[in-house]
Design a protein around this ligand. Structure first.
Ligand SMILES: [Zn+2]
Length: 287
């Protein structure tokens, strides 16, 4: 089961002090999200693929037609926060306000319930498990905010496959992105900059040896002109530019070599009976 997802945000929604949490500045910058998302939509149509689109509320407010066109082409619309702040930098009140804002605007745009969420930068952690009660309160049933392999304060690590987060009177299905062990850390290989940097043969081998993958890209991952806009240190330019000249071809190879589904479809396909259950209330892994 391979899930294809895109986080719809612009090139300046990166974690860098020059850009973070500055909507007034964002309004003055050149937008690339429209044309880059259009490329993504054309690519998916060409390959007859559907994907899950985690949309930033700020982008939805500014380019409502973009969200509508994603939805009208039959893709799944999900939420990726309003202002792209990491959850660990918010408190329960500000997280509630930000999440309600993105859920409301997306629901108004598409006329359908938003039930799936991804935190900016996979920023859910041990210290932000309170956020799931708020997500539940706002109608969220599915989440994709963890990297596998991490310790989350539960007994055991985040598994390399979907699992269940059990709260007080509710459950949320969790779809982590996979990592591999690299010295003392856990590295992603199937999304964004990681995907752009690794040789395709490495990614292909990882996919061949697994039964579950959650891939995620940003429209900017396929924009080889992005460095012209980043007014930053050469290393930042390099970080976001690297691999953008070959990423379109790599994605083409990936979708030709493997089958992909949306999160919605994956929920139906996955055997939840065998899923690990993590208890948010007492921090136990029940299986
Ligand atoms: Zn993001």
């Amino acid at each position: 089961m391979h899930i294809l997802s895109f986080d719809i945000e612009d090139w300046f929604h990166i974690f860098h002090p020059a850009y973070e949490n500055q909507p007034d500045l964002w309004n003055s910058l050149t937008n690339r999200v429209e044309q880059n998302t259009k490329w993504v939509l054309d690519f998916l149509a060409r390959h007859q693929l559907k994907a899950t689109f985690f949309c930033l509320g700020w982008v939805a407010d500014k380019y409502p037609h973009l969200i509508r066109s994603i939805y009208e082409e039959g893709h799944e619309i999900a939420a990726h926060s309003y202002l792209h702040n990491k959850v660990k930098n918010l408190n329960p009140d500000s997280f509630y306000v930000d999440t309600k804002r993105v859920v409301d605007i997306l629901e108004n745009l598409i006329g359908s319930k938003i039930i799936t969420y991804r935190s900016p930068g996979f920023s859910m952690g041990k210290s932000t498990l309170w956020a799931f009660e708020i997500l539940h309160e706002l109608g969220i049933e599915n989440d994709s905010s963890f990297k596998s392999g991490l310790h989350m304060g539960f007994s055991g690590r985040i598994p390399n496959e979907p699992f269940i987060l059990k709260g007080n009177g509710f459950v949320i299905r969790e779809f982590p992105t996979r990592t591999f062990n690299f010295f003392f850390g856990h590295l992603i290989y199937s999304g964004s900059g990681y995907f752009r940097v690794y040789p395709y043969s490495f990614v292909k081998n990882m996919f061949r040896s697994s039964t579950y993958e959650m891939v995620y890209y940003h429209p900017r991952d396929f924009d080889n002109g992005i460095h012209k806009y980043l007014n930053n240190h050469p290393l930042i330019k390099l970080r976001y530019r690297i691999g953008t000249n070959s990423s379109r071809l790599k994605l083409e190879k990936l979708v030709n070599d493997f089958e992909f589904v949306t999160m919605e479809k994956a929920i139906d396909q996955f055997n939840w009976e065998k899923a690990k259950v993590f208890d948010l209330v007492n921090g136990e892994n029940n299986k």
